[in-house]
Ligand binder design. Structure first.
Ligand code: NAD
Length: 472
């Protein structure tokens, strides 16, 4: 259902939901028209002038906590909905997607409460004829458009909705058309939490709905997570209205395995970083560089462990038939470019599953090693020196994440400081403290979210300067 101005509604048009584990249609969802989007934006604008606009930190914090409690109270429903939409293993949804969505609301409730603003006492001097106290107030931006992808549907939606609400904004959210179920449940939870009408609005639909929303002159900010190409299109629309944007986009993330690394840990870590959610996480590893003395051993062990992964248990399907075709196209391209397929490389005879795939033998200038595939695949290449591998890792259009495996402490810090990526993990992968900045360099994004960075993006600082003791 759509959720506009505090009411659930259907629509004349609908689109189908498909179960990616077997390709069957499982339901339909109302598709928001331009008129629905217009009404949602108008409702969000009105709500800024209502009780929500008067709500203080305590009140907004209480709302966020009620939403977190509401998701938790319907935890199993949320998990089932996420699994139905994405086909991901239940365990992944139950340990990552839904708990982290709850965590997003709790974290921003706490961060909001602990937040202090700047204040500067200024003495009279020079052309300052009197003393002054300057302090900062943070105002909401207004109506925020949140556009989210399908890979971690509720997690990435709430990652933006929670801080946007924390700072007193109103929201019009558009989840991916491939994964709308948990967003609808979230609207139910928000409705039950007594959030005033118009503060949170939900419109379902595909690119056309999203395009109408982000180009809307009534939208004051756009928070988008998705593909780099989509980010470019949205930025074009945003330019017309000078709408501020926060973008979390694609990646071609590298892992570097030094010869001194704990090889078992590096292999196990790379299996996780390349094949979790069948590689459909923006932070997944698609390029692996292994120092030459351990290269053969690493490739053998990685291939062996990859072969042992079980469909449905360790990884799920591609999200859609279209995405499976794209990933399989990349597998064919890799072979045309001369890759050796160490394991995998084919579609499976089940829903939209494809085999977890390890490739070797390609140069860094091939499309396979340069373009984001967003599937269960990594290419492994040998390297010799630290300086060489840092250069190769950084030679990318993207700069989202990287992983370094080494037991040499100095090297870990040295290499981490030189890699050009928004986050560098050392001897781990995808550990995320929600207080840390998150985002990408270059084509991987614009701006930082996470902790105080999100609260900054979703608000406008203004200075108040109070003259003290000026001449009578
Ligand atoms: P996508 O860009 O196709 O879609 C994302 C959202 O944008 C969807 O809701 C879609 O309907 C909407 N959309 C599409 N065209 C639009 C337009 N012209 N105007 C407005 N909205 C539009 O991305 P996807 O396929 O859903 O997600 C996969 C991509 O997202 C990958 O490239 C991945 O790397 C990236 N991603 C990045 C991060 C990150 O944090 N950096 C996280 C997850 C996914």
């Amino acid at each position: 259902m759509l959720y506009i101005d505090g009411a659930f509604e259907s629509a004349a048009d609908t689109f189908a939901l498909v179960d990616p584990t077997d390709g069957r249609t499982t339901g339909t969802v109302p598709e928001a028209s331009a008129a629905h989007v217009d009404r949602a934006v108008a409702a969000a604008r009105r709500a800024l002038g209502g009780p929500w606009g008067e709500e203080g930190v305590e009140g907004r914090r209480a709302v966020l906590r009620r939403i977190a409690d509401g998701i938790e109270a319907r935890f199993d429903e949320f998990v089932a909905a996420e699994v139905a939409d994405t086909g991901k293993p239940r365990e992944l949804a139950a340990t990552v997607d839904i708990p982290r969505a709850v965590g997003n609301f709790r974290a921003y409730a706490d961060l909001l409460y602990g937040r202090a603003e700047e204040a500067y006492p200024t003495a009279a001097h020079g052309w300052n004829s009197g003393a002054a106290l300057s302090y900062t107030l943070r105002r909401p931006l207004g109506v925020v458009a949140v556009v989210a992808p399908w890979n971690l549907p509720l997690l990435l939606l709430t990652w933006k909705v929670a801080p946007a609400l924390a700072m007193g904004n109103t929201v019009v959210a558009k989840p991916s058309e491939l994964t709308p179920r948990t967003a609808t449940l979230l609207a139910e939870v928000i409705d039950a939490a007594g959030v005033p009408a118009g503060v949170f609005n939900l419109v379902h639909g595909a690119a056309a709905t999203g395009a109408h929303l982000v180009a809307h002159p009534g939208v004051d900010a756009i928070a988008f997570t998705g593909a780099t190409a989509t980010g470019r299109t949205i930025m074009g629309a945003a330019a017309a209205n000078l709408t501020p944007v926060s973008f979390e986009l694609g990646g071609k993330n590298a892992a570097v395995v030094f010869a001194d690394a704990d090889l078992d840990a590096a292999v196990a870590g790379t299996v996780r970083s390349s094949f979790t959610h069948a590689g459909q996480i923006c932070l997944c590893t698609e390029r692996v560089y292994v120092q030459r003395p351990v290269y053969d051993r690493f490739v053998r062990a990685l291939a062996e462990r990859t072969r042992a992964l079980r469909p449905g248990v360790d990884y799920g399907p591609m999200i859609s038939a279209g995405h499976r075709a794209k990933v399989l196209g990349h597998f064919r391209l890799a072979e045309e470019e001369g890759a050796t397929v160490e394991v995998g490389g084919r579609a499976m005879d089940q829903g939209f599953f494809v085999e977890p795939t390890v490739l070797t033998g390609l140069g860094d200038d091939t499309r396979t090693v340069r373009e984001e595939i967003f599937g269960p695949v990594c290419h492994v290449a040998p390297f010799d020196t630290e300086a060489e591998v840092v250069g190769r890792v950084n030679d990318s259009e993207y700069g989202l994440a990287a992983t370094v495996w080494t037991t040499d402490l100095s090297r870990a810090h040295r290499v981490a400081a030189r890699i050009e990526a928004g986050i560098v993990w050392v001897n781990c992968w995808n550990l995320r403290d929600l207080r840390t900045p998150f985002g990408g360099l270059r084509s991987s994004g614009i701006g930082r979210e996470g902790g105080a960075h999100s609260l900054d993006f979703f608000s406008e600082p203004v200075t108040v300067c109070v003259g003290i003791g000026a001449e009578q």
